[in-house]
Design a protein around this ligand. Structure first.
Ligand SMILES: C[S@@+](CC[C@H](N)C(=O)[O-])C[C@H]1O[C@@H](n2cnc3c(N)ncnc32)[C@H](O)[C@@H]1O
Length: 276
């Protein structure tokens, strides 16, 4: 409650209600954008006050919508899975993004997408903060590229335990993760060759204004990934967490063309590991 204005998130109805003095004055509907719809007769002064407060609470409201969407998407995917006559493929691609692999079960969260099986591609729209929607020991192989760092530490650890749970005892986990150590080293050692290569060839700073394309801007882009990254992993901390999650044999490996994404940006700025 701020100055008589309260914001109620109603997960059942899937909406956010803005109240003033106990009376609903605005409903915020969004699939990302914020839109205020005021009831008739709400005075301009009140509308302005609501707008001001909602602006301040923008991030909170966005997060609230994200949670609502995630809840609805996960429910829909559980229902979708219940309709399938065959089990989904036992090779999992977690946090797949656009890397939709035929013959695999590809999982990613997109508030606007739907789970489907089409042209040999199985896609599950699912918020992986809430585990993996598959049974114990149902997967032979689990691949994930540049995804774990998108979770908070606790969510990441939970996901690693989920990976262990869904993998068969002899199943293998394969991760590609951003090589932050190499990126930091290049920065500290002023390795202009590598930094210029990344900035020039992969155009990572093209979205930034021309005066904000320095090496520190590049580091920020790599580490925060436009504010989407939540945690930094290296071989040491990911190994400790994989052990904690129940994996016994964890090894750093080279790029493997049979399973890893061939994109040069990925190859140059990733480290790879397998765990069983
Ligand atoms: C950097 S992309 C990696 C995509 C692909 N694996 C690759 O290496 O090119 C990170 C992916 O993680 C997904 N992601 C982030 N948070 C997620 C979550 N909570 N649940 C499921 N997917 C998520 C994003 O939608 C995005 O597709």
């Amino acid at each position: 409650m701020t100055d008589g204005i309260s914001i109620d998130v109603d997960p059942e109805a899937g909406r956010v209600l803005v109240r003033q003095g106990g009376r609903a004055v605005a409903e915020v509907v969004s699939d990302g954008a914020l839109r205020l719809t005021f009831a008739e007769g709400v005075p301009a002064t009140v509308q302005e006050a609501v707008r001001r407060h909602v602006r301040h609470l923008r991030e909170t409201i966005r997060s609230a919508f994200w949670e609502l969407r995630s809840h609805a998407v996960n429910q829909a995917t559980r229902a979708f899975l219940a309709t399938l006559e065959e089990p989904v493929p036992g090779r999992l691609n977690i946090g797949c993004g656009r890397d939709l692999r035929p013959g695999w079960t590809n999982i990613d969260f997109n508030p606007r997408a739907e789970s489907h099986v089409r042209d040999g591609v199985t896609y599950l729209n699912w918020d992986l903060r809430f585990g993996i929607p598959l049974g114990d020991g149902s997967a032979d192989f689990l691949h994930s590229s540049h995804f774990l760092e998108h979770l908070r530490f606790e969510e990441g650890l939970h996901l690693l335990r989920e990976c262990r749970r869904v993998l068969k005892p002899e199943g293998t986990l394969r991760f590609a993760l951003p090589d932050f150590k190499a990126t930091f080293r290049a920065y500290v050692e002023d390795d202009r060759q590598l930094l210029d290569y990344a900035i020039r060839e992969h155009r990572l700073l093209d979205h930034m204004p021309p005066f904000a394309r320095t090496y520190a801007d590049f580091i920020s882009r790599s580490v925060y990934e436009n504010y989407e990254h939540k945690y930094v992993w290296d071989m040491e901390n990911v190994t400790a967490c994989l052990r904690n999650a129940g994996f016994a044999d964890i090894r750093q490996t080279d790029y493997d063309p049979a399973v890893d994404i061939p994109d040069m940006l990925r190859r140059r700025f990733s480290f790879y590991l397998t765990a069983t």
